[in-house]
Design a protein around this ligand. Structure first.
Ligand code: PLP
Length: 365
């Protein structure tokens, strides 16, 4: 039956998400478990967002607004640009797929760092596009080498900034150098899913500059991370109007559900919640850093809400032992980072539970 699928799909491994809490509880008969595996917000959405969803639920007999009119209008107000410069996706994941499906054709090449967010690679290979991987240098995107990897066939370059799974970012100067001589028929996708965690750093790039200069860029943001709406699936792309118009042709008519559209608008204006999340991450990060320092575990300083740790050859064993204690982190083998685990910063209680479990396991090794 495998033969019925397009042959190039046989080589593609589907994206494997972090283990869901309920599945772990069921598998191990645990009463409670915590998930620190998928870079979600540890806080539930605010009551303001939940009540907006409850209100919108009354109209679920209707199809959603296919063009996400009000969400685009609110985003346009916030960014002081036109609603026509936005495309809304069922998560920013979907906008990655739109970009690949719209702008790449057989014979084109795409440049992707390695390791980085896996969806760029999967989305490209599903479309039969050749992927050129450029290794990270010191756990950071190596923009110089990515530029050197460009060939006549290169049409798109993905830059996760900050990056997942490392949590590092490329600076304004590095991006400026990269963009300055770049061929104009190459589209650069700046994936800024973790923007809000990094944007206060003075050397974090302002990619809206390139959009304003009418360059071929697509900037991706999401409501899944700081806005705590991962379960609803809503993200967006910002680009020149002609690029957006083209991407709208591959978008399904009702790709973003009505609860997601309403919740995103409510979340956008919930500045208190954003501040609270930032505080939680800042405190959690410094607590986790200091505990990892005490244990002598190497980690990559992160500009995001997660930390990549180098545990060593025992990482898969530690990963499994943590699961047995009801703690889900991410084993990084699938990224080619054997010996590494990635942990999403949780609430204070979750962070302490993780550290207690990790240090108990660590001592017994
Ligand atoms: C770098 C990066 N881009 C995009 C996404 C996808 O986010 P969304 O939930 O908006 O699809 C993630 C999610 O983990 C991510 O890490």
């Amino acid at each position: 039956m495998k033969r019925l699928a397009k042959s190039h799909l046989n080589k593609i491994k589907p994206y494997k998400p972090g283990k869901p809490i309920e599945e772990l509880k069921r598998q191990l008969g645990l009463k409670d478990a915590i998930k620190m595996a998928s870079n979600e917000n540890a806080l539930s959405p605010s009551s303001r967002v939940i009540s907006s969803i409850a209100k919108a639920a009354r109209d679920l007999n209707r199809y959603p607004d296919g063009g996400s009119f009000y969400l685009k209008k609110e985003l346009a107000k916030r960014f002081r640009i036109s609603p026509d410069n936005f495309i809304i996706g069922n998560g920013s994941d979907e906008v990655i797929v739109f970009a690949v499906r719209t702008f790449l054709k057989s014979g084109d090449e795409v440049i992707i760092a390695k390791p980085t967010f896996l969806v760029y690679d999967i989305a490209s290979r599903v479309e039969g596009i050749r992927v050129k991987h450029v290794p990270l240098r010191d756990y950071r995107y190596d923009l110089e080498s990515m530029r050197k990897a460009i060939t006549k066939k290169t049409r798109m370059i993905f830059i996760a900034n900050p990056d997942n799974p490392t949590g590092t970012y490329v600076t304004r100067k590095e991006v400026e150098r990269f963009m300055s001589g770049l061929r104009r028929d190459i589209i650069v996708v700046f994936d800024e899913a973790y923007y809000e965690f990094a944007s206060e750093r003075s050397d974090y790039p302002r990619t809206m500059r390139y959009f304003k200069k009418e360059r071929n860029v697509i900037i991706l943001r999401t409501f899944s991370k700081i806005y705590s709406l991962a379960g609803l699936r809503v993200g967006y792309g910002i680009a020149r109007r002609d690029l957006i118009e083209s991407m709208n042709k591959v978008r399904e008519p009702f790709n973003v559900n009505s609860l997601a559209q309403t919740a995103a608008i409510a979340a956008m204006y919930d500045e208190g919640f954003v501040k609270k999340t930032k505080r939680l991450i800042k405190m959690g990060k410094s607590y986790l850093y200091s505990e990892l320092d005490i244990m002598g575990i190497m980690y990559i300083p992160s500009a995001t809400n997660f930390i990549l740790m180098e545990i060593g050859p025992d990482a898969p064993v530690i990963y499994k032992k943590l699961l047995k204690k009801g703690i889900i982190v991410r084993n990084m083998e699938a990224w080619g980072l054997s010996g590494f685990l990635r942990v999403t910063i949780g609430t204070d209680r979750e962070n302490r539970r993780f550290i207690k479990a990790l240090s108990d396991i660590w001592r017994q090794l």
